[in-house]
Design a protein. Structure first.
Length: 244
């Protein structure tokens, strides 16, 4: 890690609502990206691709450098296993962890994270899925209806927030306010600056639109990491949302 990465996060000119997704195959590639992005981002997502490489080591390095870390590992297993795995991850000092938004799984993760600073997010409906995809998977509910059901279950489980597409963010915020949870986190992937390719995201929105709909955090991957100038791309997003 360079001296730049060791700076205290409070000195960095980034917007803490922007989470950069380090969706690359190896930790070394992720480190190279972080070097290129420099002080333009202070929050990073370490997902399954890096988990299969050396993601936990990278997460600890980035955390030690002053960054915030989102472990997007979507835990889904029996309650006891999820609780124990969450308890181990809570000791890492990372900030966010995803689990699948199933009542037993969310409740178990909440128990595992109890007493720590790790915040649990329930993954509602993947942003790559459409209503047709859900019907093919034998769901009778639309994406919006299924998200609302799982948000209410997340609130009942006592976790800290959910992951949902920008298209459902407004309804998620309404549900949280109805439950007296104004601090409920709404983390939105599928965020694409105006004119950017949607890639594999079926329910996407611009950064400004996602925040206006109620999102608290934006997960942005390829628009930053695939750019010829990742630092400039991140700064452009920060400027776009500065007034929101």
């Amino acid at each position: 890690m360079s001296a730049n990465l060791a700076q205290d996060s409070a000195s960095r000119p980034f917007d803490p609502r922007v989470i950069c997704a380090l969706d690359v195959p190896t930790a070394d590639e992720a480190r190279a990206l972080v070097e290129k992005i420099g002080d333009a981002v202070g929050f990073y997502k370490v997902g399954l691709q890096l988990f299969a490489s050396d993601g936990m080591t990278l997460a600890r390095e980035l955390k030690a450098s002053g960054a915030q870390i989102f472990l997007d590992w979507k835990l889904h297993d029996i309650g006891a296993t999820v609780e124990k795995a969450t308890a181990v991850l809570a000791e890492s000092g990372c900030d966010l962890l995803t689990v699948h938004a199933r009542p037993q799984v969310m409740a178990a993760a909440a128990r595992g994270a109890a007493g720590s600073d790790l915040k649990i997010l329930g993954v509602t409906v993947l942003t790559s899925l459409t209503d047709d995809d859900l019907r093919a998977d034998d769901h009778s509910l639309s994406a919006a209806e299924l998200v609302e059901l799982r948000v209410r279950q997340a609130l009942e489980a006592g976790i800290h927030g959910v992951v949902s597409s920008p298209h459902e963010a407004a309804r998620v915020r309404d549900c949280a306010r109805e439950a007296g949870r104004d601090n409920f986190l709404i983390v939105t992937p599928g965020v694409r600056p105006a004119g950017a390719s949607l890639d594999d995201q079926a329910r996407a929105a611009t950064p400004a639109a996602a925040l206006s709909q109620g999102a608290t955090h934006l997960v942005v991957g390829r628009p930053i990491t695939a750019s010829n100038d990742p630092r400039a791309a991140a700064q452009a997003i920060t400027r776009e949302i500065a007034v929101i």
